[in-house]
Design a protein around this ligand. Structure first.
Ligand SMILES: NC(=O)c1ccc[n+]([C@@H]2O[C@H](COP(=O)([O-])OP(=O)(O)OC[C@H]3O[C@@H](n4cnc5c(N)ncnc54)[C@H](OP(=O)(O)O)[C@@H]3O)[C@@H](O)[C@H]2O)c1
Length: 240
């Protein structure tokens, strides 16, 4: 994918990896739409525009089914048909982390709504349009907790594992139509989510999210490094 003038929507772009992705993609020439619940998306987009980039912001809670169509319609109106979507928005589900026995059903439901149902709803609409055009990329930001069952990470890990399978199912169906659906595990990063989960970890030992954002932009630009259906682990440079 040529990122120059590509229309890209990034969910969870008010901070952390999502914000770094928006900044990185904008600097590579893409038209970016930042989506999150927080109003900060507007000032982040404004700051990118002031630097000469093409950036827009939309405020939405993606757990809300009724938010999805308006977000996509507005994104299309702002930047044209989407060439790529990065499903990055995330929640731990339950905080502080706790065992499944102590996890309220609503917390798992919340994590599933954000990590599975929102990407499902968005991919149904955007992926279908991409398939008609014969190109596009659906990127799902995953985690090692989707593969390894860590104690107390249940709501997060279960929902991210389901997201990975959603990614593979879309890859099986839309891959033959030119749409790349893949997952990326960015590894441990110095972000609010990491601090919320593991407050005792020294942030200086963690990767800056801008490093992962750069690698993900590379994957978008080089389809052979992340073919449809791949689950890429950054750092390990493994696509499985
Ligand atoms: N940090 C790590 O070490 C690590 C490791 C492996 C994988 N990951 C993955 O990397 C991605 C980025 O994580 P991060 O560490 O950058 O997290 P973060 O700093 O907590 O950012 C999460 C983003 O998601 C948005 N968000 C949360 N709930 C939302 C909702 N209901 N609707 C719309 N947006 C919502 C947040 O914005 P608002 O609160 O403003 O809505 C925020 O912009 C996630 O998919 C995460 O699972 C992170």
């Amino acid at each position: 994918m040529n990122l120059h003038n590509a229309s890209m929507m990034i969910t969870g772009a008010s901070r952390g990896l999502g914000l770094s992705l928006a900044q990185t993609l904008a600097k590579r020439g893409a038209k970016v739409v930042l989506v999150a619940r927080g109003l900060e998306v507007y000032s982040h987009a404004e700051s990118l525009v002031r630097q000469g980039h093409q950036a827009f912001a939309l405020q939405a809670d993606l757990r809300d089914a009724h938010a999805i169509h308006p977000v996509i319609a507005q994104a299309n109106a702002l930047v044209g048909p989407l060439d790529g979507v990065i499903h990055n928005a995330a929640t731990l589900g339950v905080s502080p982390l706790r065992t499944l026995v102590d996890t309220p059903c609503e917390s798992l439901s919340d994590a599933l709504a954000l990590h599975v149902l929102a990407p499902f709803r968005i991919n149904k609409i955007v992926g279908a349009a991409m398939a008609l055009r014969g190109e596009g990329a659906l990127v799902h930001i995953t985690t090692d907790a989707a593969v390894e069952a860590y104690a107390q990470w249940g709501a997060y890990g279960i929902s991210k594992a389901a997201m990975d399978h959603l990614m593979r199912s879309f890859a099986a169906e839309l891959g033959p139509h030119g749409v790349r659906s893949f997952s990326v595990d960015p590894g441990e990063m110095n972000t609010a989510l990491h601090h919320e989960a593991l407050p005792d970890v020294d942030p200086n030992t963690l990767q800056n999210p801008s490093w992962a954002a750069d690698r993900i932009a590379d994957l978008l630009e080089h389809s052979e490094r992340a073919p449809s259906g791949a689950r890429v682990v950054l750092g390990a440079e493994v696509a499985s």
